[in-house]
Ligand binder design. Structure first.
Ligand SMILES: N[C@@H](CCC(=O)N[C@@H](CS)C(=O)NCC(=O)O)C(=O)O
Length: 244
């Protein structure tokens, strides 16, 4: 999605960054180049927040109260008809879908993008696979284990099976590679790693997938790397929500 941002929208609900130290941003959306609608538990939002963070970009998180139902409200549907976070606003443009946002950020930040056409298609291939096969099952498995405690065991078992297959594919691809595409960090890595820094919440031991484990360590060693719970607002969840 790419839409123009109305003046009324721009003025609405922008919240300042939690702190400059935590986010590497300036407080106040109007001072910030990029506004990212996000919340701490969203790995999809983290993909984009991490790109901004690692690039040292000037950005402000705008908290989305997902657990309070904000994405189902009509005001939010006006912002994004898909009712999802993340949404990025930049220079009067509004984008959704983390893959599209990452593609845009690679271009506008001048980092983490493709060097040439073959690489561009390879990055796209992994972004699509991530959205369909890795994040979809991993995020849903984690959500049901961590945020919906009465989930059906059969559903959990199905999701785990699908997620394990995806982890196996990624682990095999990373064998002998430092990064997913080429030999440097790209938006493919940033997309694929979005949910993987929560192994306890997913219920996975990355030692069983040693190529993923080592690749995640490599990303974690990036100079500005920050865990999603520190990078975006909304963690920890209020007790009332967490114990629902
Ligand atoms: N494919 C989308 C997925 C976005 C997504 O599912 N976001 C979740 C939060 S992590 C959301 O806002 N879900 C709201 C809903 O499905 O109602 C992307 O990569 O941006």
């Amino acid at each position: 999605m790419s839409t123009k941002v109305s003046e009324a929208d721009k003025a609405s609900k922008a919240t300042p960054a939690r702190s400059s130290a935590q986010t590497g941003t300036h407080a106040g959306a109007q001072l910030s180049q990029y506004t990212l609608y996000c919340f701490a538990q969203s790995g999809n939002a983290y993909k984009c927040a991490l790109a901004l963070q690692l690039a040292g970009a000037d950005w402000t998180p705008r908290f989305v109260d997902y657990f309070g139902g904000e994405t189902r409200e009509s005001a939010y549907r006006h912002l994004n008809v898909m009712g999802e976070a993340p949404v990025l606003e930049h220079r009067g443009m509004r984008l959704s879908q983390s893959g599209v946002i990452l593609d845009y950020l690679a271009e506008s930040l001048g980092q983490f993008g493709a060097a040439e056409a073959v690489e561009r298609r390879e990055i796209l291939r992994w972004l699509l696979w991530d959205n369909h096969k890795l994040t979809s099952y991993t995020a849903t498995l984690r959500f049901m284990r961590t945020f919906a405690p009465n989930s059906e065991p059969a559903v959990l078992a199905f999701l785990r099976g699908r997620a394990e297959t995806a982890w196996g594919v990624l682990d095999a691809h990373l064998n002998g590679r430092r990064y997913v595409v080429g030999d440097r960090l790209t938006i493919a890595d940033l997309s694929l790693c979005g949910y993987l820094f929560w192994p306890d919440e997913i219920g996975v031991d990355w030692d069983l997938y040693s190529n993923i484990r080592d690749w995640l360590s490599r990303i974690r060693r990036e100079p500005r790397w920050v865990h999603p719970y520190e990078l975006m607002p909304g963690h920890p969840l209020p007790v009332a929500v967490a114990s629902r």
